[in-house]
Design a protein around this ligand. Structure first.
Ligand SMILES: CC(C)(COP(=O)(O)OP(=O)(O)OC[C@H]1O[C@@H](n2cnc3c(N)ncnc32)[C@H](O)[C@@H]1OP(=O)(O)O)[C@@H](O)C(=O)NCCC(=O)NCCS
Length: 293
């Protein structure tokens, strides 16, 4: 078996085994072209007897912030150590990136993924519920969209938010979880993707969304506020997304925010429970030295 960079000619075989993963719901075929073209990181293929039998993707979300995704093995070739081999090669690539954090998400009952991550030193960060929603027509208050001038106050709100703490300061960007720092918040606000509510002039609710990185949906990546305020913001998100041309909505949020979204007409979507893992600090250094991830 060899591990090498993915090539355009691998597409057909990878797409055909990916169709046998998760009953055909694997998103890999949709992102194939973007992943091949993406700079930074790496897109790896495991080849056995001249045929692609596995993939792994290392994505750089921001300098020093690495995301692992796209680990797949042909169902006919499972249990032969192919995912292990891909992961060993991935670490060589990750090492060159000198990251301060490496993360991945998976469904709660994916024992193989969780076992491999935990063995490599990844720490469980938090669980999330997965919901989908529909856009709708409606009216919006004039001042619902946050402006760049509000960013400082939004950061104060975020740092006091119990939801933000539960999410360890990350934004749920579809299946990707990215650090919600000032530059990313400014990007979100600059694109008109921040909805805020105020009471007596002070922010008392905030909802942030982004178009999926490689997909057509709008992803609500953070929402918090006093109960009714948060439900109103979630509903207003449906209207803003409609105006922005999105047709489908998706969100990964902690249990406490899931009830808010359910009250605003969202519904749980299978797989409903997702877990997020992180490798950082001393554990990251140890894993990078040991050569396995
Ligand atoms: C997850 C997946 C990539 C594993 O591929 P694989 O080539 O069969 O995995 P390997 O043979 O390299 O085994 C990897 C490790 O998982 C362990 N493992 C396998 N099944 C397991 C289970 N049900 N519970 C716990 N550990 C398990 C193996 O023992 C091995 O660990 P070890 O080296 O410590 O013994 C493959 O099952 C797959 O493509 N699944 C669908 C897509 C997916 O879930 N991707 C990852 C999450 S996004």
């Amino acid at each position: 078996m060899i591990i090498r960079p993915a090539r355009p000619s691998d597409r057909e075989t990878v797409v055909s085994f990916s169709a046998r993963i998760w009953d055909g719901y694997d998103y890999l075929p949709r992102v194939w072209d973007q992943w091949l073209a993406e700079a930074g990181g790496a897109f790896l293929v495991a080849e056995l007897n001249g045929q692609p039998v596995g993939t792994d993707k290392i994505t750089v979300l921001a300098p020093g912030e690495v995301w692992l995704e796209g680990l797949r093995v042909d169902p006919h070739h499972r249990g032969k150590g192919i995912a292990r081999a891909l992961s060993r090669e991935a670490i060589q690539n990750v090492r060159q990136l000198r990251p301060s954090s490496v993360r991945f998400s998976t469904v709660v009952d994916n024992q193989t993924s969780r076992h491999m991550g935990e063995e490599a030193g990844f720490r469980f960060l938090f669980p999330c519920r997965r919901l989908i929603g529909e856009v709708r027509n409606g009216d919006l208050p004039e001042d619902v969209l946050g402006k760049l001038a509000d960013v400082d106050e939004m950061l104060v709100f975020l740092h006091r938010s119990a939801v933000f703490q539960r999410m360890k300061g990350l934004f749920a960007w579809g299946w990707i979880f990215k650090r919600l720092d000032r530059p990313f918040l400014e990007q979100i606000v600059g694109e008109g993707n921040a909805l805020l509510a105020r009471s007596r002039g002070k922010i008392n609710g905030l909802a942030l969304f982004q178009g999926q990185r490689h997909g057509p949906k709008a992803a609500l990546g953070f929402i918090d506020g006093a109960e009714e305020t948060a439900v109103t913001l979630a509903d207003q998100f449906r209207i803003v997304a409609q105006r922005r041309g999105f047709r489908e909505l998706l969100s990964m949020v902690p249990e406490s925010s899931a009830s808010v979204l359910l009250a605003a007409g969202f519904r749980l979507e299978e797989p409903t429970s997702v877990v997020v893992y992180e490798l950082s600090g001393e554990r990251l250094q140890r894993t990078l030295q040991a050569g396995e991830i």
